[in-house]
Design a protein around this ligand. Structure first.
Ligand code: PMV
Length: 309
């Protein structure tokens, strides 16, 4: 049996603008994770992928090309130069919430690639894994920037620019982030496609918001490197206001963002595609309990605190 894991992630700054070439910052969230287990199956069964959490059981033989779980298995087997349909059962479980901006699709795909390549004794670099996972992100999200597969495969805080690359950067003082779930399921593909249409209808208005977000991301990186938490909190607030202007926030997210600020957070913003999913708040060890309470009273269905360093 071969077992492998992959974490979730949150975008700290720059979501949406990153699709249009501006930088973004994302961090792994290790409190949640996807797990893939590869075991020998019955003779002649071929590959069967079982995802009990999703109530799914997929036989590779005959699965459509646009089925993401089947697709990632085929890509990995091809790269590892393995039999295209070996007798294996792959069981996938995940504590990464689905459709909440925490990268559940990329986490599941990464865990599968890691487990399957290890099973065949085929070493893959983090970059190779990230590139493979990107191909399933296209199936999940349509036109992904590539930030999810990168931060999840490398498991490090990253400063990311689509088509240019990414850098790991120094975290001057640990960041405590409260991550709170609105409980509202949203589709990244839909939000990204909707913004694309609105951007095409009014390009200069949206480009100016993307530019301002890009400047905030550059400033945020400097603040993180220098450990200037007050400044960083203010930049989160500014980024949220621009995301509201882009029409990707929603009343539930706005309510949690306000509650976190009233509860003493240094700053707060939605995270990921929007129209639901999670928000993040910058807290300290001293304020995290109060902010957690404020978020729950404002309707958060789940709150976790992660430490970034
Ligand atoms: O909702 P998430 O975290 O999967 O991410 C969406 C982030 C976007 O910038 C909106 C899209 C992308 O591909 O980067």
């Amino acid at each position: 049996m071969t077992l492998a894991h992959a974490p979730g992630k949150v975008i700290l700054f720059g979501e949406h603008a990153v699709v249009y070439g501006r930088p973004a910052i994302a961090v792994p969230v290790t409190q949640v994770q996807a797990t893939a287990r590869v075991e020998p199956g019955d003779a002649g069964q071929g590959v069967i992928v079982v995802a009990p959490d999703l109530g799914r059981r997929i036989r590779l033989r005959g699965a459509k090309d646009d089925e993401p779980l089947a697709h990632i298995v085929r890509l990995t087997l091809a790269l590892a130069k393995a039999d295209p349909d070996p007798d294996l059962t792959i069981t996938v479980t995940s504590t990464v919430p689905v459709a909440r901006g925490m990268g559940s699709g990329a986490a599941v795909s990464t865990a599968i690639v890691r487990a399957l390549s290890r099973h065949f004794g085929y070493w893959l670099s983090s970059r190779a894994i990230s590139d493979l996972v990107f191909q399933t992100e296209v199936l999940y999200h349509g036109t992904p920037s590539g930030i999810d597969n990168t931060v999840i495969s490398f498991e490090k805080p990253i400063y990311y620019v689509k088509d240019e690359g990414w850098e790991v950067f120094w975290v001057g003082a640990p960041l405590f982030l409260a991550i709170a779930d609105t409980g509202v399921v949203s589709s990244t593909r839909e939000v990204v496609a909707d913004l694309r249409q609105r951007h095409q209808a009014a390009p200069s208005r949206h480009s100016s918001a993307f530019d301002q977000i890009g400047e905030i991301v550059v400033a945020a990186r400097a603040s993180i490197e220098q450990g200037e938490l007050e400044v960083l909190g203010g930049l989160m607030d500014q980024n949220h206001a621009l995301l509201q202007r882009l029409g990707v926030s929603c009343p539930e997210l706005d309510r949690l963002v306000s509650a976190a600020r009233s509860g003493g957070a240094l700053g707060a913003k939605m995270s990921g595609a929007g129209w639901g999913g999670n928000m993040i708040a910058l807290v300290t060890e001293a304020t995290q309990g109060r902010v957690d309470m404020a978020l729950r009273l404002a309707g958060a269905t789940h709150v976790m605190v992660t430490k970034v360093r």
